[in-house]
Write a protein that binds this ligand. Structure first.
Ligand code: FEO
Length: 163
């Protein structure tokens, strides 16, 4: 389907972004139902961002004449049991995305494919930003953990800074 490793991995990245968009939307729904309104807004906003990241790769692949293949079989077997669990899983997901971006960037460099390497630089910086935000949220969550009233303060006061 893909003639070379780099195109295959770029397409894989496109699908990881799509998965993230769906994952964060699902997380947003959970937060909404559990009355964490700001967390829900934050995650929905992130979901829309991930769709834009996906679109950026979609456009790039088309531009270099590679047919994007979108995985239509996304399934969720993930259960969320707390707001802490949600942000932990979001952080793990971003780490996975960073690993893939770094992996493709490394291939691009080895192959001296500077066009793709340059394209991926935007994602490297974005990942750094996203991981940093989620790490800060997780660290702050530790202070509020296991106390219903505090978690509500976390949602109202702390997360409002990020939406
Ligand atoms: Fe587009 Fe959060 O990775």
């Amino acid at each position: 389907m893909f003639k070379n490793k780099i195109n295959k991995n770029l397409n894989n990245q496109l699908n990881l972004e799509n998965y993230s968009a769906n994952l964060y939307l699902q997380m947003s729904a959970w937060c909404n139902i559990k009355n964490f309104k700001n967390a829900s807004i934050f995650l929905k906003k992130n979901s829309i961002e991930e769709l834009k990241h996906m679109e950026k790769i979609f456009n790039f692949l088309c531009e270099i004449n590679i047919l994007p293949i979108i995985n239509l079989n996304i399934s969720f077997k993930i259960n969320f049991n707390s707001i802490n669990d949600i942000f932990k899983k979001a952080y793990i997901n971003e780490k996975k995305i960073t690993r893939n971006i770094n992996y493709i960037s490394n291939i691009a460099l080895k192959q001296k494919n500077f066009k793709i390497f340059h394209f991926l630089n935007w994602y490297i910086l974005k990942q750094n930003e996203e991981e940093k935000t989620l790490k800060t949220i997780l660290e702050n969550l530790k202070f509020f953990n296991n106390n219903k009233k505090n978690i509500f303060i976390f949602d109202n006061l702390f997360l409002s800074k990020y939406i």
